[in-house]
Design a protein around this ligand. Sequence first.
Ligand code: ADP
Length: 246
Amino acid sequence: MIEIRELHKSFGSLEVLKGVDLTLEKGKVLVIIGPSGSGKTTLLRCLNLLEVPDKGSLRLGDNAFEFHERAKIPQKNIISLRQSTGMVFQSFNLFPHMTALGNVMEGQITVQKKSKDEARKRAEALLAKVGLADKANSYPHQLSGGQQQRVAIARAMAVDPEVLLFDEPTSALDPELVGEVLKVMKQLATEGMTMAIVTHEMKFAADVADRIILMDAGRIIEQGPPREVLNNPRTERAIQFFNHLN
Ligand code: ADP
């Protein structure tokens, strides 16, 4: 589903991704962990071209890109890629002037050109799926952080993406609200949704990930199934990282 090769990204003179290779098969869950500033978010944002890499290649479903220093990526190719992905942000990013239902309908109407009735039906079903059928008419400010994030997940699902991308989806939540969001994500994983998730939730990673990658200073330093990466890290840097967490 996703294949990236030799991906590089700099911000000015700061090289944030220093040649990243990665594949993710359909229906699998990839969890990206690592210390702050190691490039996790940048890598995730490169997957839907919220950040455009400087070098390397990316394939996501039928969308294929080669990046060169000065090559301009056609806007229509970027739009096509974005339609194949759904993104869930740390800070929810719901439209504040729309209800939960409106938020989940919006992309279906503007991007997928569905009728209002059709979009409403799908939105209601998705809100029910994330446990918020009774909050359809609430505005974001009337919802808890955990509820807002569940609306954001329903919204990301609504346009039928091939891959869901999560950027620290529980980092902004009060601890007692983290579980309800992880539960929804776990359910999606069980149903075979392809997902790439940046998170600090190690227990969740151990439970749900098919593959974990550990990043450090712009490179992947460990990758494999959770029990390998979490229980038997091979590099000194990884051991240090895990010791620091405990
Ligand atoms: P992580 O998600 O692992 O914490 P990030 O990918 O957010 O790491 O950031 C990696 C590095 O890139 C950090 O030093 C950060 O300050 C820098 N960075 C990220 N985005 C930008 C940007 N838009 N402009 C300049 N520097 C950035």
